[in-house]
Structure formats: structure tokens, C-alpha cells
Design a protein around this ligand. Structure first.
Ligand SMILES: [Zn+2]
Ligand SMILES: [Zn+2]
Length: 821
């Protein structure tokens, strides 16, 4: 593919990707006038359907007339491409591999501000003010109308201006920050600001400092200054809050030093890039084990493209990532560091900024559209070298990518579930890297079975770190048999006496505790003790969870809430039995048992606000919380110094899902959450409550034995022909009518039967109705042969078309999910 186009041609046609779930791209003719601006990767304004306009991406240009009538491109919006051939190739690969349209990939890839259609609503940016002197006549007209009406659809703007160049006009207004593109659920982004303290550069030499210490008559201030210098040395940067806390000084003493112009204070955002100086060299030293791993890695990269770093929790993987980043940016390349969204906390951001300063940019869902477009452009021009981001950062317009790091590569959140493209960013990254000749470094304490298998088969190079940093031992793991507790007490055991005693012991030593339970809410389900009635969601086939904070029953599948029931709607009695327990109930029980302690909860309900998650982590870090109870959120990548006890409250719950990955997920969760214990202050303890105490997964966790877990699990996967031995495609059919979806599924199954050997189903899934739609599933297992798989995907597409050709099944939704998580 090339951007340069031969303008001597008289007639040109452009293939355009529209951000829609339509199966193919469309071809438009390019009027002579627009030909000089024509470049692949630029946006073109086109009409699609009756009258709707869209900004599509020019995918390719041809001088061969298509055998049908074409419409003209109306405008070319960009002067320079906003995506490059590598991004277009990635979109194409994702659409083919994950069985969706390129338009769906485009919709996921581009920030909202770059996606325009006649339905797009533009809103006025109040911060722009009312000074329009910088605007030309057309811009002025639109700006004035927007100031008056606050928001307008692009179709309405078209009427106001009577220009034919509305899209380029809107682009200019967005660039000048006169307006935004409105986005549903667009929460206002608040910059996270903090006061940072610096030393006046006049004191950046020892002589000057010594003189100051010798002559000062304010000993308290000098103590504070010493603390500052110490922190600066160890942390690289010093926030006011940190300094006051660690030095024990007062705000007045700090103000004294600032007034004397010895220290300076500056309000700085902790996740924006502007204020930080650009750095590329890192300051820490690796230990011997890490250095050995780094050497192996460098060696491996001379021959192979993908390394899998299997390092136990707290073994210092991040430092190795940073060393690799340093190496690649020194070569003038860009680096992408992917993390699960939830682990993108201030903690990791700070660590990277300490070493790379303004060279690192952050890309995640908390950022508003303006910032996303800003970053998009900085990467496009190569100004930004390192990006730390969640899944969707893969779509940024890199031009010179040298390295992709995928931390916590086993994490299921790298796979997008809804909507399409249902891609796995980890696997797509491996393909993407080949387009640049870039290297991929995956890391995990609990690698996915697929990645580890690839390493065993020499597709990837395996590098292991078996020691924790600083020689701290992995925690001791004890299993508490809840059957013996349950016998003496009624109902499900929440906090066993053994666990309670350990919590008391840990707290008395001034350490902290993390408790993990994979269910949120208060009671996951209620049952009427008189007649057995269980409250369920009207639209989904699931039981409702009681939440105390809202005092309502919640459906965790569609989000609907219902008032709390007093009388049983079936028999009229008031006799509810609470089954099982969620994080809210644990928090309540802890408050009763430990009234003098600070207890906090970390789950999606508790961290709803923008900064709530980071704030909670910070409070825990500063030991202003003694016990933290939470869901998966407490599992991921957090580094707390003083946690010496982790409790896993219900291991049975983790091991009882009906999914072939159940053991893998349970092992990963338990091993990861165990890793939070005893990271700095000596060997930690983990208590696991379970009733099936001889479950093999529990024993592997107890031994921290990934290798045996892997071999055991691999044997089972082989026996039942699951990944990594087969390639899976799950097809979900949805419809409002239960009979129609069932009939369609059987017909569809028959069609597929002719071409596929291993089909499971059609069957109705465990939860067979969500949001009023009935579900049926078919699972296809195929040999792992790329050419074969490509052909078979065509067969599936054909079968879907055939099914939909039947009038009765036209409205049945069929969703293919390749490599389902
Ligand atoms: Zn009842
Ligand atoms: Zn529901």
C-alpha cells in the first residue's frame, strides 16, 4: 500500500470504510477537484443510504472503474492521513480473524471526535468564550449558532452554512476547540491535580546547600528540607502530601521554606504529559536474577519476535519492561505498554513517569475526547514515544513501533466482549507487531495456557523469574475447611474463626489485610423460606442481588433495579433467607467484629466516581485503611508494602463455573491475590476458605506450582479438545421469541454440521435470557490450521446469510465470537 497517487489519471475511485456494521466497504468516484488531496488514510465525506452523510476512511484508490454506478466523494476532510497503512492492515486482520466488518473495527479504533456523521451532535465549548475574531466567515456563522443553541446536529449545521464543506469546517472548529462532538455517557473529565514540591535551582549544588544548612536559624525548616532531599533521591518527585506525611512537618513550616524561595510549589496534574521533562534513561539497577533475565531476553529478541516473561508476583517484571522500553526508544522507536484497564492506576503511572517523564503518555477511558485526539495526533507525528494504555491503545496511529509490552497477558479483559469487534488485544498485538518488525514482550505471574503452550512449542521464548525481588518468600498458603466450621454454625461460612484470629493477629502487628470475594452486593440471592420463591429479573434469566447501599434488588446482567421485597409475591409471607454473601455483607460483618478498625470496600459499586479507585488505593497505601475487602479489583497488580494477610473467602464459588476455563481462571485469581501478601515486610500468609479442600487447583495454588497446574490442565484440555489444541468459535443466536431462536439454532446447526466435525450444541446457555432476548449457543472446535480456519470462517458467514435469507429468521441476531474468553 502506498500513499502517493498518480494525479495524471483522469478518473479515480476510492474504496471507503464507513464506521458501520455493514459487511463491506464502498467505492466512490473522486471528482477532479479533490484528486490532489486524495490520500489513503484520510477521511472523506460521503453520502451513504438515502441521505445520511459519514466521514469514512479512504482505504485504497484505483483507476479501474467499478461495474456499477458510483456516487462522488463530497469532500476530503484531512490534509494528512489520520491512520497509516499499518493501522488499515490491522483493521483488516481483525475484521477477518474476528468475523466482523472493517467498519466496526474503525468505530472502535477512532476517538469520537474523528467520527462524524449527519447524526453527530456538536456541542459548544463554553471555555472558548465569545471572542470569535480568530474565525473566518463560515466558522463564525457556525460558532455563533452554536453559542446560541449550545448543540446542533451536523445536518442542521449544513442548513445554516449552505457551504458544501461542512465536514472540513467542523474539523477546523474542533481543532480550534470551539466545539466538541457529543458522546453519550460522556462524563466530564476532571484532571487529577496535586501540589508538587521542587528545590529552587539556585540550590542545585552542594556548596550552596551546605551554606544554607550552616547559616539557617530555623532548625525545623532544615529538618523538613532534609526530608525533602531524601524523598527526592528515593522517589524522584515529591508531592506536598507525601512530604508532610513522611517528615511529620506542618504546612506552615513548608510555607516558610516556600516563602524564602528555597522550595517551590507547583500544581501539577498526575496523569497529563505537559509539565514533565522528557526523560529516556532509567535510574535503578537490576539485581542479578533480573539482569540474567534481561540478557536472556535481549538474546531471544535477536531470533524470535515474542518473549513470555513468567515471573512470580513481586519479582520485578515492571523493571524489566522499563529496561526494554529504554532500549527501544534509544533506537528512536516507539513503545506501547498495554495493561488491563483497572490496573492503570496512579501507582503504575507514577513509576513510569519517574523514569520516562514527559515521554510517556497515558491512553484510557477516563480521558475525554479532546485529550484522546490530542494524543492521537502526537503519536501520529511521532512526538510521543511511549504509550501506556488499555486494550484500545492498540489502535493508536503508530508509525515506528519497536516494542509492545502486554502486562498481565492472561487477563480476560484484553478480550472485548460487546460490541464487535470481539478482539483480543494480546493476540492482535502479536499480528500488529509483525507489520513493524516490532518485538512483543508478554508478562504474567500466571500465564494463560495458550501463551505458555506457545512458549513450550518454541513459538515464543520463555523467560522465568522465580524469585521475589529482595529475596522475600512467596506467602504461605493454608486451606480452611469450611465444612468443619459449617457443622457448628448454620449457613455458609463468611469469616471462619481461624481467619478472624489471623486478622486480629495481623492487625495487632500493625500490618494490613486484604479479603477477596468474587461477588459484589449484599446477598447474591434471596429465597422465600416458606414457598421457595426466588426473585428474578424480568428481562434476564438470573436471580437478583440485594444491595444495601441502594436498598434495592439489582440485576447484574442488564443493570435493572427493583424495589426490595417485603412480602413474598408468591405466598405473601415475610420469610426471606439470604443465600451466600457479597462484598457489602462482608464489610458489614467486619465492621461488627472490628469496630475500631478502618474497613473499606473495593468493587464496581464502591468506586463509581472518576477518582474513587485511585483514592482508595492511595488511602490503603498510606495505611489509613486496615482491611480492604473487594472483588477482582483487589487482585490486579497493586503493590502494597504492609499487607501480610490475604483471605480468599469462597474458593468453591471460583471453582464452580460451567466453563472450560474455570480452573485456569480460579488458579490465576487465587495466585494473583495471594501475591498481594508479604511483598516487602517478610513472608505473608494466605488463608483460603473452601469446602472441597482436595480440589487439585487448590493444591497447586498452595504449592505456588504453576508448572504442575499447567501440565494437569493441559492434559484435560487435550482430552476434551479445547484450546490450545483446538480453535474455538462460539455462535450466539438471539431473539425475543424463544421458539424462533430455538428453531433457528437447530436449522443453523444442521447447516454447519455438513462442514464441521466438532460441534457442541445447539444448546441453551446457563443464563438463557438477557435483556429480554432468548439465547442459544453453538460451539465449533476446529484444528488449528490458519488456512483451514480462514476457509471455514467463510462457510460460517455463508450459513449466517442462508439462515437470514429465511423470512422467519431474518430478525434473529447471530454473533460469532472467535477465541471466546
Ligand atoms: Zn413465598
Ligand atoms: Zn436483567
Amino acid at each position: 500500500m502506498s500513499n502517493s497517487i498518480d494525479y495524471t489519471q483522469q478518473n479515480l475511485w476510492a474504496e471507503v470504510i464507513l464506521p458501520l456494521a455493514i459487511p463491506k466497504t464502498y467505492t466512490y468516484s473522486v471528482p477532479q477537484l479533490l484528486q490532489p488531496k486524495l490520500k489513503t488514510g484520510c477521511r472523506a465525506e460521503v453520502v451513504f443510504g438515502k441521505n445520511k452523510k459519514y466521514a469514512g476512511i479512504i482505504k485504497s484508490v484505483s483507476n479501474i472503474q467499478p461495474p456499477y454506478e458510483t456516487k462522488d466523494i463530497l469532500n476530503i476532510i484531512d490534509d494528512e492521513p489520520i491512520v497509516f497503512p499499518q493501522q488499515l492492515a490491522l483493521w483488516k486482520w481483525i475484521s477477518e480473524y474476528y468475523m466482523c466488518s472493517e467498519g466496526e473495527v474503525m468505530a472502535a479504533a477512532l476517538p469520537t471526535h474523528l467520527k462524524l456523521s449527519s447524526e453527530t451532535i456538536v456541542i459548544y465549548n463554553d471555555e472558548y468564550g465569545e471572542d470569535f475574531s480568530e474565525l473566518d466567515n463560515e466558522e463564525y456563522l457556525v460558532a455563533e449558532a452554536l453559542l446560541l443553541k449550545k448543540e446542533l446536529r451536523l445536518a442542521e449545521i449544513q442548513e445554516i452554512t449552505d457551504t458544501v464543506h461542512v465536514y472540513p469546517l467542523i474539523k477546523k472548529l474542533i481543532d480550534k476547540k470551539v466545539c466538541f462532538v457529543w458522546e453519550a455517557f460522556n462524563e466530564k473529565y476532571k484532571e487529577k491535580k496535586e501540589n508538587f514540591i521542587f528545590l529552587n535551582s539556585a540550590y542545585h549544588n552542594d556548596e550552596k546547600l551546605n551554606e544554607l544548612f550552616n547559616t539557617s536559624r530555623a532548625p525545623k525548616q532544615m529538618e523538613l528540607l532534609l526530608s525533602f532531599l531524601h524523598l527526592m533521591k528515593t522517589e524522584g518527585e515529591v508531592s506536598q502530601a507525601d512530604l508532610l506525611k513522611k517528615s511529620g512537618a506542618s504546612a506552615a513550616q513548608l510555607k516558610g521554606l516556600i516563602d524564602k524561595n528555597i522550595l517551590l510549589a507547583e500544581q501539577r496534574s498526575i496523569d497529563r504529559i505537559k509539565a514533565l521533562p522528557k526523560k529516556g534513561e532509567i535510574k535503578f539497577e537490576l539485581n542479578e536474577v533480573q539482569q540474567k533475565a534481561l540478557d536472556e531476553m535481549n538474546e531471544a529478541f535477536t531470533e524470535k519476535d515474542v518473549c513470555l516473561l513468567h515471573g512470580v508476583t513481586s519479582s520485578g517484571k515492571t523493571q524489566l519492561y522499563m529496561k526494554q522500553i529504554e532500549k527501544f526508544i534509544a533506537q528512536g522507536k516507539q513503545a506501547l505498554y498495554l495493561l488491563p484497564e483497572i490496573t492503570l492506576t496512579a501507582q503504575i503511572i507514577r513509576r513510569l513517569q519517574m523514569n520516562f517523564g514527559g515521554n510517556i503518555a497515558i491512553y484510557h477511558s477516563k480521558f475525554n475526547n479532546n485529550e484522546r485526539v490530542e494524543l492521537w495526533n502526537k503519536i501520529r507525528t511521532g512526538e510521543v514515544k511511549i504509550v501506556l494504555g488499555a486494550r484500545s491503545a492498540l489502535f493508536l496511529p503508530f508509525t515506528n513501533l519497536g516494542l509492545i509490552i502486554i502486562d498481565e497477558e492472561h487477563d480476560a479483559s484484553f478480550k472485548q466482549q460487546e460490541p464487535a469487534p470481539r478482539y483480543n488485544a494480546r493476540d492482535a498485538a502479536v499480528f500488529y507487531a509483525t507489520l513493524f518488525g516490532a518485538k512483543v514482550l508478554m508478562g504474567s505471574a500466571t500465564p494463560s495456557l495458550e501463551s505458555y503452550y506457545n512458549a513450550q512449542k518454541n513459538k515464543y521464548v520463555l523467560i522465568t523469574l522465580e524469585e521475589r525481588f529482595g529475596g522475600i518468600q512467596l506467602p504461605e498458603i493454608k486451606i480452611i475447611d469450611t465444612k468443619t466450621v459449617a457443622a457448628s454454625k448454620k449457613g455458609k461460612v463468611m469469616i471462619s474463626p481461624q481467619l478472624k484470629a489471623s486478622i486480629e493477629n495481623t492487625l495487632s502487628q500493625n500490618h494490613q489485610v486484604i479479603l477477596f470475594q468474587n461477588r459484589r452486593g449484599y446477598t447474591p440471592f434471596l429465597i422465600c423460606g416458606t414457598c421457595g420463591f426466588i426473585p428474578r429479573c424480568h428481562d434476564c434469566d438470573v436471580t437478583l442481588t440485594l444491595h444495601k447501599y441502594s436498598n434495592k434488588l439489582h440485576c447484574h446482567y442488564c443493570g435493572k433495579t427493583y424495589p426490595k421485597l417485603i412480602h413474598c409475591p408468591a405466598c405473601g409471607t415475610v420469610n426471606w433467607i439470604e443465600k451466600n454473601f457479597g462484598t457489602e455483607k462482608i464489610e458489614e460483618e467486619l465492621a461488627e467484629n472490628f469496630p475500631d478498625r478502618h474497613i473499606a470496600r473495593m468493587d464496581v459499586d464502591a468506586v463509581k466516581g472518576k477518582n474513587a479507585h485511585d483514592t482508595l488505593i492511595k488511602l490503603f497505601e498510606q495505611h489509613r485503611i486496615d482491611i480492604l475487602v473487594g472483588t477482582q479489583m483487589v487482585v490486579k497488580g497493586l503493590d502494597f508494602e504492609k499487607v501480610n494477610l490475604v483471605g480468599i473467602l469462597d474458593a468453591d464459588g471460583l471453582l464452580s463455573f460451567a466453563d472450560f476455563r474455570v480452573n485456569e481462571r480460579a488458579f490465576q485469581l487465587m495466585e494473583q491475590v495471594s501475591g498481594r501478601s508479604g511483598r516487602k515486610t517478610g513472608r505473608g500468609l494466605v488463608l483460603i476458605q473452601a469446602s472441597k479442600t482436595n480440589h487439585p487447583v487448590l493444591l497447586f495454588v498452595q504449592e505456588h506450582d504453576y508448572k504442575r497446574f499447567y501440565e494437569n490442565e493441559l492434559a484435560e484440555r487435550k482430552q476434551f479438545y479445547y484450546p490450545p489444541f483446538s480453535h474455538l468459535i462460539r455462535l450466539t443466536l438471539k431473539h425475543r421469541d424463544k421458539n424462533i431462536v430455538q428453531e433457528a439454532a437447530y436449522l443453523f446447526g444442521d447447516m454447519l454440521d455438513k462442514s464441521f466435525e466438532h460441534i457442541v450444541g445447539p444448546a441453551s446457555p446457563v443464563i438463557n435470557r438477557i435483556r429480554s432476548l432468548y439465547l442459544m449457543e453453538i460451539l465449533i472446535k476446529q484444528p488449528k490450521d490458519a488456512v483451514h480456519i480462514r476457509a471455514q470462517k467463510k462457510v460460517i458467514h455463508n450459513c449466517i446469510d442462508l439462515l437470514k435469507a429465511e423470512k422467519k429468521y431474518k430478525s434473529v441476531i447471530v454473533l460469532p465470537d472467535v477465541d471466546p474468553a
